[in-house]
Unconditional design. Structure first.
Length: 145
């Protein structure tokens, strides 16, 4: 006797994924992006995509359409400032908030409210609580339906 078992998990999975905030991390340091991804996703609040090649960052942002981009400044080939300019000039991406990540500033400078090219920044190394705070402070307001 054949029995058909109906699984109703797919809509719940899609709904759970939609409830998480999509973050794109662009940094040439694979160890950093991997550890940040794992830590953020472990909270259950974020879905994190990684891009370790700055020359592909714009293309990745187009395909992922994240709600926020964490972008390293000092990267080989294309630096974070150039990547940010590419993203801002794209009509489909220009409203996505960009938060720079950089080891070029101190933690105190990061907390001071200064901006780089008009974007907020977070100083590296950074702990998970500070990273989450930086993400949450810069996410666009969500409209609940």
């Amino acid at each position: 006797m054949n029995r058909i078992v109906e699984a109703n998990f797919l809509p719940q999975l899609v709904q759970a994924m939609n409830a998480r905030t999509c973050i794109l991390i662009v940094d040439n340091n694979r160890d950093f992006t991997r550890s940040a991804k794992l830590a953020l996703e472990r909270t259950g609040r974020y879905l994190v995509c990684e891009e370790n090649d700055s020359t592909k960052a714009h293309q990745t942002a187009q395909s992922v359409q994240p709600e926020l981009i964490l972008l390293d400044i000092a990267m080989p080939e294309t630096d974070g400032g150039e990547v940010a300019a590419q993203i801002q000039s794209d009509p489909a991406l220009h409203r996505i908030p960009i938060v720079f990540l950089t080891a070029l500033v101190t933690q105190a400078e990061g907390r001071s409210g200064l901006r780089i090219q008009g974007h907020p920044f977070l100083a590296k190394p950074i702990g998970l609580p500070e990273l989450i705070k930086g993400i949450e402070e810069n996410l666009p307001a969500r409209v609940l339906v």
